[in-house]
Design a protein around this ligand. Sequence first.
Ligand SMILES: CC(C)(COP(=O)(O)OP(=O)(O)OC[C@H]1O[C@@H](n2cnc3c(N)ncnc32)[C@H](O)[C@@H]1OP(=O)(O)O)[C@@H](O)C(=O)NCCC(=O)NCCS
Length: 204
Amino acid sequence: MRDRRPVADTSDYPLGSKWVFPQWEGWRSMEAKRAGEPACVRGYEPGDRDACRALWVDLTTWHRDLYEAPDIGGSDPGRQFDKHLDRVGPEHVWIAETEEGVVGMTGLIPGDTMDELEPLVVRASHRRRGIGAQLTRVVIQASKERGARYLRVRPAARNALALGFFHGQGFGILGQIELLHDFRPVDRRKWREGETLADLAFKV
Ligand SMILES: CC(C)(COP(=O)(O)OP(=O)(O)OC[C@H]1O[C@@H](n2cnc3c(N)ncnc32)[C@H](O)[C@@H]1OP(=O)(O)O)[C@@H](O)C(=O)NCCC(=O)NCCS
């Protein structure tokens, strides 16, 4: 018989498994609530595609606003989700769902010894409820189960909120740093002063 338990407690359940019938949608988020979780986190299902594209648009908008650069992500940013899904496979994408529907998503890019958490986004209306942390825990657990030595995340340097968030989730080690030369015309460079690393001044 199929096991219909929700993934509120992900510790003893195979990640990404499709374990529930469509009519149980509301039930599983209610179960998550009963278990004290802010959302139900489960593996990606084909019916999630539009919601995930919309979340990818949210993520792109966030970065466009951060960098005041409306061209980030191209003309159809939602399609980037399709590319990501093709690259990593549905078993490496997780969804956060409440009674209001899909409210967050995350993914894992598998590597030989180093996995990467990418993307992570929670709908603006549902932030600061612990859903981002819940999604992050699932990726950390999946990466450990794969036997990875490291899990990395590569937030944009200006994304101070994400840096603070990930630091709080245990990403406390600086790995490689990406340093840039910007060859664009001077009037298109909108970098901000004010960051220091190794006693050196950097723009972000
Ligand atoms: C980063 C993001 C995923 C966090 O999701 P979230 O569901 O709001 O995060 P949580 O509620 O789990 O927050 C966990 C902790 O992170 C910290 N945190 C999260 N958002 C914060 C904020 N806006 N300001 C300060 N601290 C914050 C807090 O310590 C918080 O715990 P607390 O609420 O008990 O104080 C979400 O803000 C988001 O989607 N941002 C836009 C996309 C993005 O930047 N993604 C990362 C790209 S690499």
